[in-house]
Design a protein around this ligand. Sequence first.
Ligand SMILES: Cc1cc2nc3c(=O)[nH]c(=O)nc-3n(C[C@H](O)[C@H](O)[C@H](O)COP(=O)(O)O)c2cc1C
Length: 277
Amino acid sequence: MPLSVCIRVPDNDKNIVAIRGAPPHVRRKNRERTVRYRLIRPQSGNGIKACTLVRDRYRIIRLCRSRLGLLHVRKKPLTLWGEKSRFMKRSVGPQTLLYPHPDLIVGTYDRDGRPNVMAAAWGGICCSRPPAVAVSLQKSRYTYANLMEQRAFTISIPSADYVREADFFGIASGKDVDKFAATGLTPVKSKLVNAPYVEEFPVVLECRLLRTVEIGVHTQFIGEILDVKVNESVLGEDGKPDVAKIRPFAYDSMRMEYYGFGEVLAKAFSAGREFRR
Ligand SMILES: Cc1cc2nc3c(=O)[nH]c(=O)nc-3n(C[C@H](O)[C@H](O)[C@H](O)COP(=O)(O)O)c2cc1C
């Protein structure tokens, strides 16, 4: 059975971090705060630990059972966890949080053949063979109906020079406005699929719709990547696309900001070798 416990903490105790992963419900009583916790698995005997964050310092409170079968609090002196406190986690709820979110510009034609583009951050590569990419769209998007009808789309990756245009693609709808005309960017018909891409953006994926997956408020569109076209100007000396020249950017859905890419940190499939036994 779930069990509730009240912990009285002084008014200056700000944020209750966690008690065995259960969210605290906080209410004020007199000049103290009473924090009501729900223990998922009540422990018998001493030794249940709760942590409160007091101006960046962590305090450990020990809870123990009283003779009446209730739980009460015995406060211990302030304890600093030093290094370990850096890894203390706080729940921020079930959010659509992942780093980094891409900023994918999905290109489609409407039923009258008008080109449209929209920004999609809920997406990414989802299969290697066949090469495939998935984007999740809400039904209200103009692009949603276009994609259902045409069963083809492109994904253009904007460079940092076009962050304002890319943002506009995510705040205006093709129902109301011609986004290419508004930004002065150029729609180009893909050679392989019936969908337009943005000429000025350095990387373009041409995709045919493989399947859709109903998830909830979003429908996931999975597309097979039939070809990728890259501006010659962003190829490195080795002939491969050079991310430093492409200058893509990422989206932070929590702060609603765009971030540039940083420097190379390490070689993939090799930096971790030192841990191999
Ligand atoms: C950075 C950013 C990311 C977005 N990601 C998505 C997404 O993944 N899925 C979605 O349905 N809408 C997303 N949107 C909202 C659409 O881009 C927006 O509603 C757009 O106006 C739809 O265009 P359309 O109606 O012409 O298709 C995003 C908007 C921004 C600014």
